[in-house]
Design a protein around this ligand. Structure first.
Ligand SMILES: [Zn+2]
Length: 130
């Protein structure tokens, strides 16, 4: 599971609170307990999952590994875990090995924007934020 998802749990919970005092009280402590248990589960299971929306379908990739990269370029990206954009290096064409939602082995080539999204999300699986 990615750090992106872990961060979002915090952001989602934080934005649902009505008053900042709740952050100091029991509600936050309970949340921390639930959050810690979820993190332990994620770590114990050791699944690495990303979901890439292709518009017409959401593609689920379990344990994705980028096995080939070509045509590097410099770009800027935003991230739901950050404000603003950061410079980064990506590859226009990639080949990814992963398991699909039925846990069947897949190897597929991607290019352009979809390839960029997959690289961004695979970085998150390694704990990298742009
Ligand atoms: Zn991101």
């Amino acid at each position: 599971m990615s750090l992106f998802v872990i961060g979002d749990l915090h952001i989602h919970f934080g934005s649902s609170l009505k008053a900042t005092e709740q952050l100091k009280g029991k509600v936050w402590k309970n949340h921390e307990e639930i959050f810690r248990k979820n993190c332990e589960k994620m770590i114990r299971v050791r699944k690495r999952i990303i979901i890439v929306s292709l518009g017409f379908v959401d593609m689920i990739m379990v344990n994705p590994v980028i096995i080939q990269k070509s045509q590097p370029y410099d770009t800027e990206e935003g991230c739901l875990s950050l404000q603003g954009v950061r410079k980064t290096k990506r590859f226009r064409k990639i080949k990814v090995r992963y398991h699909d939602e039925s846990f069947k082995d897949q190897t597929q080539e991607f290019e352009g924007y979809v390839a960029q999204i997959i690289q961004h999300e695979c970085d998150h699986l390694e704990g990298i934020i742009i």
